[in-house]
Ligand binder design. Structure first.
Ligand code: NI
Length: 210
């Protein structure tokens, strides 16, 4: 089966965190490897006061730094290193990086939809199945890192110029059956880049590749 590495972030055919069969598949000791910096709720619910300039600056910096953070995470790793799953049954570093590009392309599209339509219903996708498609399998990670640098330049430019009211605009997530504000999405994706970079840096440390 395909396992998600995110919990409920991207939406679309994702297993919940407490499915017993998944716990068995992960094996003792692997549970925490999925969430090396904690779950997304730790980030966005710790800022539950809602929009404020200071937190916005942090979110934008984290989203801006994401491609560089991933680039540093894989520095000096070769193809063999990149094909090692970061945990039993988990994604390889290569899949992780292509996944971040998949995820953030969707997120950018959702921002633009929310800014131009009234609470648009977004299209969830099966992130685990996307991570098994041929582009993810065949292409080197540099392709997605280049894509992320360009994508994040556009995304940050968009966010930098959003007014306070823009951050309250929402998308409707049909599987979670709730509105999600662009503010919460920014918190989620600020977390998301660090979360996946930590999968790779954690693996490096455990394998002694540093
Ligand atoms: Ni993810």
């Amino acid at each position: 089966m395909h396992l998600s590495e995110d919990g409920k972030v991207d939406g679309g055919a994702q297993p919940s965190d407490d499915r017993p069969n998944e716990l068995v598949e992960r094996g003792i000791g692997d549970v925490d490897l999925r969430y090396p910096i904690g779950k997304v709720e730790d980030q966005i619910f710790s800022d539950k006061g809602g929009y404020n300039e200071k937190v916005k600056t942090v979110y934008l910096q984290e989203i801006q730094m994401c491609p560089t953070l991933l680039e540093h995470a894989i520095l000096n790793l070769d193809e063999n290193h990149l094909d090692v799953p970061y945990r039993n049954g988990g994604w390889t570093s290569k899949q992780v990086i292509h996944h971040v590009a998949d995820s953030h392309m969707n997120a950018y599209g959702r921002f633009k939809l929310a800014l131009t339509e009234d609470n648009p219903t977004i299209k969830p996708y099966d992130e685990a199945a996307w991570a098994e498609l041929s582009d993810t399998k065949n292409l080197p990670v540099n392709i997605s890192l280049t894509l992320l640098h360009a994508l994040h330049t556009r995304w940050v430019e968009l966010m930098k110029n959003m007014k306070e009211d823009d951050w309250r605009r929402t998308i409707f997530h049909p599987e979670h059956k709730r509105k999600i504000s662009l503010w919460d999405m920014a918190g989620t994706y600020a977390w998301h880049g660090k979360h996946h970079a930590a999968h790779i840096t954690g693996l490096r440390a455990r394998m002694g590749w540093d």
